[in-house]
Design a protein around this ligand. Structure first.
Ligand SMILES: Nc1nc2c(ncn2[C@@H]2O[C@H](COP(=O)(O)OP(=O)(O)O)[C@@H](O)[C@H]2O)c(=O)[nH]1
Ligand SMILES: [Mg+2]
Length: 288
C-alpha cells in the first residue's frame, strides 16, 4: 500500500480518537460566514449525491446553524457563498460553490459551468454518506423501493447498497472528467468528506475501508476510483469523517429510523478537524 493511503488512514484514526476521547479543539470555531468577497478567491466546489449532506455541511463549517435549528430542505439551485475559514488566528478566504445533486441535467450544467469557468475550482469537497442519503421526494422513494423489491428484501442494508452503487457511479463521472482534463484544470486538491458518521459511528471501520484504498483487489469501486485519481493526477487527496447535524435517519418510509450516536461536543471535534484540513489545503496552494 503506498504511503499516501497509510497516511490517510492514520489521519482518519486520529480524528476518531479525538472524537472518542473528547480531545481538544471541540469548542474552537472552524469557520465563520463573511460576505462581499470576490467569487474568484480560492474557489472551492462542493459535490456529491442529492441528500448526501452538502448544504448542511456548508452550514456546519460556517457555523451558521445551531443545535435546534430546523432541518434543511431540498436545494434545487446552485449555491454560491463567499466565506472566511478561521482556524485559530489564521483566516483564509474561500469562494464556495455547492453543486446540486438532484437533477442530472441541471447538475451537469452546474458542474460544467462551475468547473470550466473563470472560477474553476482549486479544490473539491466531495461529500459522501455511506449510503445514508436522504431521498426527498415520495416518488423517488417509491422508485428505490420498487427496484429493490424486484430483487429481494427491502431492508436498510439493501437501501444502503443501492445508494453506494449510485454514489460510486456518480463519483466515476467526476473522476473520469478530472483525469481526462475536461474539467477543473486548476484543481490542486480533493477531499472526500464522509458525512453523517453520527449515524454509523459503531461501523466506522467499515466506512473507512469502503472509502480509503486498501490492499489491491479488496477495494470498493469507490476506493478504486480514488486510487485512479492518485495514480493519474498530482492532486493532493484526503478522506475524513464528518457529522454536521444530529438528525434521525430513515432509509425509506416503513423502515426503522436510526438515531445519532454522537453528541454536540463530538461533532464539534469533527468540524474542527475538517476545518483545519481545509485551511491547510487552501493555504498550501497559496504557498507553493
Ligand atoms: N444525522 C445526520 N444527518 C445529516 C447530516 N448532514 C445532513 N443530514 C441530513 O441529510 C439531509 C440532507 O442534507 P443536505 O445537506 O440538505 O443534502 P444535500 O442534498 O447534499 O445538500 C438533511 O436534511 C439532514 O436531515 C449529518 O451530519 N448527520
Ligand atoms: Mg443541498
Amino acid at each position: 500500500m503506498p504511503d499516501v493511503w497509510e497516511n490517510t488512514r492514520s489521519r482518519w484514526e486520529s480524528v476518531r480518537h479525538a472524537v472518542d476521547g473528547g480531545g481538544p479543539g471541540a469548542a474552537v470555531g472552524a469557520a465563520t460566514l463573511h460576505g462581499r468577497l470576490g467569487l474568484s478567491v480560492n474557489p472551492i466546489a462542493v459535490t456529491g449525491e442529492a441528500g448526501a449532506g452538502k448544504s448542511v455541511l456548508y452550514d456546519a463549517l460556517t457555523q451558521s446553524i445551531r443545535t435546534g435549528d430546523g432541518d434543511s430542505s431540498r436545494s434545487p439551485d446552485i449555491e454560491k457563498h463567499a466565506t472566511v475559514l478561521r482556524s485559530g488566528s489564521r483566516r483564509t478566504r474561500a469562494a464556495v460553490t455547492v453543486i446540486p445533486g438532484q437533477l442530472s441535467t441541471q447538475r451537469e450544467r452546474a458542474l460544467h459551468d462551475t468547473m470550466r469557468g473563470t472560477a474553476s475550482p482549486q479544490g473539491i469537497v466531495h461529500v459522501v454518506c455511506w449510503g445514508h442519503n436522504r431521498i426527498w421526494q415520495r416518488g423517488a422513494q417509491r422508485d428505490v423501493h420498487d427496484a429493490l423489491a424486484a430483487d429481494g428484501v427491502v431492508d436498510q442494508e439493501a437501501v444502503r447498497g443501492w445508494h453506494l452503487r449510485k454514489e460510486a457511479a456518480d463519483f466515476r463521472l467526476l473522476v473520469d472528467a478530472i483525469i481526462d482534463g475536461q474539467l477543473a484544470t486548476r484543481l490542486r486538491w480533493l477531499v472526500v468528506v464522509v458525512s453523517k458518521t453520527d449515524l454509523f459511528w459503531d461501523r466506522l471501520d467499515e466506512a473507512r475501508d469502503h472509502y480509503i484504498p486498501g490492499p489491491p483487489g479488496r477495494e470498493s469501486p469507490f476506493a478504486a476510483l480514488l486510487r485512479d485519481l492518485e495514480n493519474e493526477t498530482s492532486l493532493r487527496l484526503s478522506v475524513l469523517p464528518m457529522a454536521s447535524r444530529l438528525i434521525r435517519h430513515q432509509f425509506l418510509p416503513g423502515l426503522p429510523a436510526g438515531t445519532s450516536q454522537l453528541d454536540d461536543t463530538q461533532i464539534g471535534a469533527l468540524r474542527t478537524h475538517l476545518g483545519q484540513e481545509l485551511q491547510t489545503l487552501i493555504t498550501q496552494r497559496n504557498e507553493d
